[in-house]
Ligand binder design. Sequence first.
Ligand code: BG6
Length: 487
Amino acid sequence: MERNPVGKLLLFGATGDLAQRMLLPSLYGLHADGLLPEGLTITGSARSELDDKGFRKFAKEALDEFLPKDRSDEKAVGGFLDRLFYQSADLSDLKTFQPLADKVGDVSGGLAIFLSTAPSLFEPAVKGLKTVGLAGDTVRIGLEKPLGYDLASSREINDTVASVFPEDRIFRIDHYLGKETVQNILSLRFGNSFFEPVWNAQGIDNVQITIAETVGLEDRAGYYEGAGALRDMVANHMLQLLALIAMEPPARYDMTAVRDEKAKVFRSLRQMKPEDVPSLTVTGQYLGGAVNGAIVKSYDEELGKDSNVETFVAIKAHIDNWRWQGVPFYIRTGKRMAVRRSEIAIQFKPVPHSMFVGRGGLLQPNTLIIRLQPEEYIELLVMAKEPGLDRDGVRLREVPLKLSLDAEFAGTRRRIAYERLLLDLIEGDQTLFVRRDEVEAQWTWIDAIRAGWDANGTKPKHYPSGTWGPSTAIALTERDGVTWQDD
Ligand code: BG6
């Protein structure tokens, strides 16, 4: 892939939470490893009134707090801070843009803009950038979620941005695609010959995708109340995982082939009719309870008022194409759950006939587990014979064939998702960014679910913090004779 690095980076939302926790530490990580283009400058921008010195101090404090200690190197930190500049801006005010353009200066060597702001500011931001010459051919723009809250609002944002930037210069971020283990799904599926022949409705009984979090609202009431788990996690991260598991093999590892195949999956998702939504989805909201030994409050208590926003959702989805006919994809995600875990479990079909029945041997269908976090491993549960002379019958046991990526690549540093994505943005590789047609197909499916909840007056069921969600989520799979892979 041809790299086309820019010489400047402009970071909106530079004093926000994401910048402190992720963006600044990621950019530092790239700098420390000599991966940022020589001379690349980073101009931070936000409403706060700071000067260059103030922003460097802010960045230094963020690195002190969020950088793993073994990564912090005084000389490298000094060199990184020298790249930083700052210009305060109020994106809703057109007058803000000229001083910004003056500060950024000449962009003929390329500029990458990272927009991490409220969606309501997207329109004034891109229009303002255009008026001051910060949207020309050498400029690309990265957009952080939320990119709308339904199809209509996402179209509006996409139209606005498209009126200024062409699609090949728009980089929509889904940070799950930056995760090493998520990209590993591609290596597993398309770098090995033995999965593909059984990777279909003949070989697979069901697929389960879980993103369980132990955190709660985390001071994000303003955003989360307008989102809920469906928009916050399913409409992007979970559907991206589903697409990587379900897509046809792309012909090449490039931005067109990979995104074409994902988009086809999204377009093949079976649209839910309002009357089917209650039996295909479950919503929940956490009550107080104990998580990791700590007593935590209910969602309503954290919020300070009663709310009907879902903090948990489980869905039975179908992909209507030849490969996946009849295979349910069970998806669930929730806050304040029993453990933090992101995982995909592929449940294979049982053997067509068991020769062990007459001798008492019981078989379990094989399961492939792809653990994305907190640990990184791939585990295939296979049947093995317990040692013995079998005089009282054959005893078979499910045993794990486990590949720990943590152990196998122990000497290799894992990069946080934003390191990869920021570098791809700087170098102009769109493969791991979400294309417009993907986003809109995702919202189309999500909107039908929301419409079903509205039509049926669905309210989230309460679940105690520190559990796996409402019991109806268990019923969602048990009805089909399927058990969630919980241990
Ligand atoms: C974000 C959501 O996109 O992803 C958060 O807005 C969520 O609610 C987070 O906590 C989870 O990301 P990760 O990388 O910690 O799994």
